[in-house]
Structures are given as structure tokens and as C-alpha cells.
Design a protein around this ligand. Structure first.
Ligand SMILES: Nc1nc2c(ncn2[C@@H]2O[C@H](COP(=O)(O)OP(=O)(O)OP(=O)(O)O)[C@@H](O)[C@H]2O)c(=O)[nH]1
Ligand SMILES: [Mg+2]
Length: 555
């Protein structure tokens, strides 16, 4: 154990200079014992190393199959959200001895529950939301006698990962519908009145005829349906709760790119109905009716993760990405010595704060970060941009990572060629995507659309947009891969013949940075401000701690 710790310290200090300009390989590498948690000498036979691997007891980095856990991942989902309906108002009269006909005292209905949304750190996938499918806030309770108001419906809070974009697919707003219907009715009445000025009294009365609105009025218990015909109902315009003014402007587009301390209102519940005391008038001092609660809105929303993780591990199959993720995080992703062990992205969190108040890595001029996330993305093969291998699906995931960490296997051949092939695939994918015209033509505003402080009916022409259901929303806009910060993680450097290859890789990256070589993406304006290569032996967790330090500088 002591030898192990010493060799680890030696290796870390050797590779602390991980800059590309560090062109001379350290001589002390060969001093480290082959495969005893250090670099191998080139003379060491591969068979003996394989045997050493096989004989190793299972550990977090060399796990047995029981140590695998499936990371359920979902980066896009659709949910239908129902705000709660308002409870009905109550028809009731005071009943007391010596007061034969007491005044009306029906309570108001409770307002329906509202739906809120909050982006929180620590969540990495939308799978829970995808599983629930339909989200409902509860209905407000009906009012009761003795002026007892109904209980409000319960609110629902939707928590999503930071980096989620919420877009509206469709909506049904009963209050807006009712307002539209009334406006139409008024217009028709006006037109009819204009055209039939000379008509007789009967026809004019026909125009004043109100259809019976069972959905807007509640009669006293035990009333006959025919009472609807004999009752004269006053005007009952649709109402909203006051908090509806805090709803986001329609159609909804929220880019939740920051952690939110407080939730934001998505859909306010329907207003509760009014009890019979509200309908007292000179003509009708004892109204035997109360208004029903307003219906809650229905929203069909699409949630999409725009930011999958802070860092995305991009590499060929079997390069050692999952082992690297395990060595940096508590992830229990599957590891196997064959291609395509990983079939879905796995996200791990690197905690850089020991929760003792001070981040372990201090950042200049930046707010301290406590943690960052790393995504282990399935392996990329030649022709991935043509949907080969696991195809375009996970090239999409790479687009959603903030920093790209190219994982090259030093034992597998020329790392420079491997890196170029990886970049080539990303470049071709970008070309194809741009040709498809999906990136910049979406017309989406990528900024966070703060909720407008106005009621929906004051939001102008938004209704036109609402009434056109969009089955397929346009693709989101992402920054181009070549503009993102990137670095290279050269893995398996405990295996033979890796030292020379690492040296060649460093020289190549040095050349790219100095402009001697073309940027591997093929774009002249590709990011190349201090490209680093970090040699690691992920299986031995050696030198991997350089990665968080570098990431904190790049974030
Ligand atoms: N010697 C050595 N072997 C390693 C190292 N890192 C990973 N391996 C081995 O390489 C093999 C593949 O590792 P994975 O982590 O599953 O590779 P991957 O890139 O996730 O592969 P896919 O999921 O198929 O894309 C496993 O047998 C690991 O034990 C390392 O640093 N040194
Ligand atoms: Mg893997």
C-alpha cells in the first residue's frame, strides 16, 4: 500500500505540467514498477500484464458485474400538465331560530392548485419526468355553508436539471376560450342588431336569449333541472387568480440555464367559484345559485436537456471512457473489454468542494463551483455521422456538452490519428446538421425568457400562436463543437509502448496550438487556447486528479 502511494505521488508530480508545450517526456517513468499502479516498460510482455489484470481483485475501477448499476437517462420528454380546477361556490342561507329567512351565506370555492417549475443542481436526467407523463395539480374544494370557503388545491412542483429548455407544444385555456366565446357573441349581437333595426319586438328578444350555462352555474341542492330555465342569471365573466399574472408569456419558452432558488409559476390553477352572497341584487335578494369554479389550463410541454454535462468524454469504443468516469466519480457504469459496453450516456458528478466552506480549486474572477458533471458518451466509430455504430443519437449528446474531453487509448495505435478521426466525425456531423438547416433556422430565442408580468388576455396576438398546435418543435440551437474548449486525456499509459505515442501526441498538440498543424476539426477558427494532453492510467486512478483542475480553469 505504501509503495502504491509513493508511486502515485511520483506520477502526479511528474505530470503536473500537463501543458502541450511540455514536450520532453519525464525520464523517471521507467523507474515506476510495471503494472504495479504505474507506467509499464516497453519490454514488459503484454500477456503478463493481462494476467495481472485478470488476477486483480474487483475494485471500483475494475468492477465485478454486481457492481454495475444502470443509469437511466432521458434527455427529452413530453408532459401534459393540468393546473387544478377551482372549486364551486356554495348556495346556502343562514338558518337560525326566529330568523325564518336568513341571508345567503354560501362560501366561495377554493382555487385550483398551480404548477411550478424549478431547475436544480444535482439532477442529470429527465427520466422521472418522462415516466410521470401527466402531471396534475389538484382541484380546489367546494365552498360550504356558514360562509366557509373551500380549501385550495395542492400545487405541484416540477424539478428539472439545470440546462433544461421548456417549450410549449399545445395548450387549452378554458378562461381564454370563454373570453373568446363571449367576444364572438357580443360581436354577432352587434351585427344582428345593426342589420335588424326595423324588426319587431319578438325578434329583438330572441337576440337577448342566453343559452343555459350548466358549466358556469350551480343551483341549490335539490333543485330541478327546469329551474335553470326559470332563473335569471346575472353576467358571470370568467375570472383568473391574481397569480396568473406571473405566468410566462404564451407560447412558453424557458431556458433554465441556471440553478433557481425559487420555483417559477408555469400554470396557475383555476379561480374558485363565488358563493351565493356574491350574487345578491335588488331584483334577487336571495339568489339560489352560485358560480362554478373556473377550469384549470392544460399545457403540453416539451422538456429538453440543452446542457447534458459540463464535460463530455468523446472517444472510440473501448478507449476507457467509463473507467475514467469511475475513477473521477462515484459512477457505477459498466466497464468491459469490448466495444460498445456503454450504450447510453452516463453522467457522474465530480465534487470539488469538501463541503467545509472552501472549494478545493479556487477560481480567479469566477464564482466558486462546488461540483461539475461529466458525461460518458458511447463510443464513436468511423462513419458515425452516417448513423453507423450507435449513430447520430449520441453525436447529439456531444453537442450538449460544454467542454469536450477526447479520450484516446495510447495502447491502441497512433493517438494523433485517433484524435483526428474523432474530430473528423464531429466535423462531418456538424456539416450535415448545418446542411439540414436545423441549427440556426429554429427562430428560438436562446435567452431565458423571463415570465412576463401580465395576464394572458393582455398579451396581444399570442392567442394566434397558441391555437396552432406544433407537433414537431424546431431543433434547439447549440454552440458549434469546434468553438468549445477541449483537451485530450491519453489513457492506458500503464501499458507498453505508450510513452513515445504520448510524446508524439504532445508534439502534435503543440503544433496545433502554434498554428503549425491545422486544427483537427478542419475549422481555422477552432478553439486552441492552451490545448492540454493529460496522461492517465484510469484503471489505477493515476494522474486523473489533473482533470478536475484543468476543467475548473476551462469552465
Ligand atoms: N491497462 C489499462 N486498461 C484500461 C484502462 N482504462 C480502461 N481500461 C480497460 O479498457 C477496457 C475498456 O474500458 P471501458 O471503460 O469499458 O471503455 P469505454 O471507452 O467505456 O468503452 P465503450 O463503452 O465500449 O465505448 C476495460 O477492460 C478496462 O479495464 C487503463 O488506464 N489501463
Ligand atoms: Mg463505456
Amino acid at each position: 500500500m505504501a509503495t502504491q502511494r509513493t508511486s502515485l505521488r511520483t506520477l502526479t508530480s511528474l505530470f503536473a505540467k500537463r501543458s502541450v508545450c511540455f514536450c520532453s517526456p519525464p525520464n523517471r517513468l521507467s523507474a515506476i514498477h510495471p503494472y504495479s499502479r504505474g507506467y509499464a516498460t516497453d519490454t514488459e510482455p503484454k500477456e503478463s500484464i493481462d494476467a495481472a489484470i485478470a488476477s486483480d481483485a474487483p475494485s471500483h475501477l475494475n468492477p465485478s458485474p454486481e457492481d454495475y448499476s444502470r443509469f437511466i437517462f432521458q434527455d427529452r420528454c413530453r408532459s401534459t400538465i393540468y393546473a387544478g380546477d377551482g372549486g364551486n361556490g356554495c348556495v346556502s342561507f343562514q338558518r337560525e331560530k326566529y330568523i325564518p329567512e336568513g341571508p345567503p351565506n354560501g362560501g366561495d370555492g377554493g382555487s385550483g392548485g398551480s404548477v411550478y417549475i424549478q431547475a436544480v443542481e444535482g439532477l442529470t436526467s429527465l427520466h422521472k419526468l418522462a415516466r410521470s407523463g401527466v402531471i396534475r395539480a389538484t382541484r380546489g374544494k367546494n365552498g360550504q355553508g356558514k360562509s366557509k370557503g373551500g380549501k385550495r388545491g395542492e400545487d405541484v412542483l416540477i424539478q428539472v436539471p439545470v440546462g433544461t429548455v421548456v417549450r410549449e407544444v399545445d395548450r387549452y385555456d378554458p378562461v381564454a376560450e370563454e373570453q373568446r366565446r363571449r367576444a364572438l357573441e357580443r360581436k354577432m349581437k352587434k351585427e344582428k342588431a345593426k342589420s335588424g333595426e326595423g324588426e319587431d319586438e319578438d325578434e329583438r328578444q330572441d337576440l337577448d336569449f342566453q343559452p343555459i350555462r350548466h358549466d358556469r352555474w350551480a343551483l341549490y341542492p335539490g333543485a330541478n333541472p327546469s329551474d335553470f330555465l326559470t332563473t335569471v342569471f346575472p353576467s358571470n365573466p370568467p375570472r383568473r387568480q391574481n397569480i396568473a399574472a406571473l405566468e410566462p408569456r404564451a407560447p412558453i419558452y424557458l431556458d433554465l440555464s441556471q440553478h433557481m432558488d425559487k420555483p417559477v409559476l408555469l400554470a396557475a390553477g383555476g379561480a374558485g367559484g363565488l358563493g351565493n352572497p356574491h350574487w345578491v341584487s335588488r331584483e334577487n335578494p336571495r339568489p339560489k345559485f352560485a358560480s362554478r369554479g373556473e377550469g384549470g389550463k392544460r399545457l403540453e410541454l416539451e422538456f429538453e436537456l440543452k446542457l447534458l454535462a459540463d464535460v463530455g468524454l468523446v472517444g472510440k469504443p473501448n478507449a476507457g471512457k467509463s473507467t475514467l468516469l469511475r475513477s473521477l466519480t462515484n459512477s457505477r457504469t459498466r466497464i468491459g473489454n469490448w466495444a460498445f459496453t456503454t450504450l447510453e450516456p452516463n453522467i457522474g458528478t465530480v465534487v470539488i468542494d469538501n463541503d467545509k466552506g472552501r472549494p478545493l480549486v479556487e477560481l480567479k474572477n469566477k464564482p466558486p463551483r462546488k461540483r461539475f458533471t461529466i458525461a460518458d458518451i458511447p463510443g464513436l466509430i468511423k462513419g458515425a455521422h452516417l448513423d453507423r455504430g450507435l449513430g447520430l443519437g449520441f453525436l447529439r449528446h456531444i453537442e450538449r456538452a460544454g467542454i469536450l474531453a477526447f479520450v484516446v487509448d495510447l495502447s491502441a495505435g497512433d493517438p494523433v490519428q485517433e484524435l483526428q478521426e474523432l474530430w473528423n466525425e464531429l466535423g462531418k456531423y456538424e456539416e450535415l446538421r448545418d446542411m439540414g438547416g436545423t441549427s440556426n433556422e429554429s427562430g428560438d430565442d436562446p435567452t431565458w425568457d423571463l415570465p412576463m408580468r401580465s395576464l394572458p388576455e393582455l398579451q396581444g396576438d399570442s392567442d394566434k400562436a397558441i391555437s396552432q398546435p406544433k407537433d414537431r418543435l424546431p431543433e434547439l440551437d447549440f454552440p458549434a463543437n469546434h468553438t468549445k474548449p477541449w483537451f485530450v486525456v491519453a489513457t492506458k499509459c500503464d501499458l507498453p509502448k505508450t510513452r513515445e505515442r504520448f510524446k508524439a501526441l504532445q508534439e502534435y498538440l503543440c503544433g496545433v496550438e502554434q498554428g503549425k498543424h491545422e486544427h483537427p476539426s478542419g475549422y481555422a477558427k477552432g478553439w486552441k487556447e492552451g490545448i492540454s494532453a493529460i496522461p492517465v492510467s484510469a484503471i489505477n486512478a493515476e494522474n486523473v486528479q489533473q482533470i478536475p483542475k484543468l476543467v475548473m480553469q476551462l469552465l
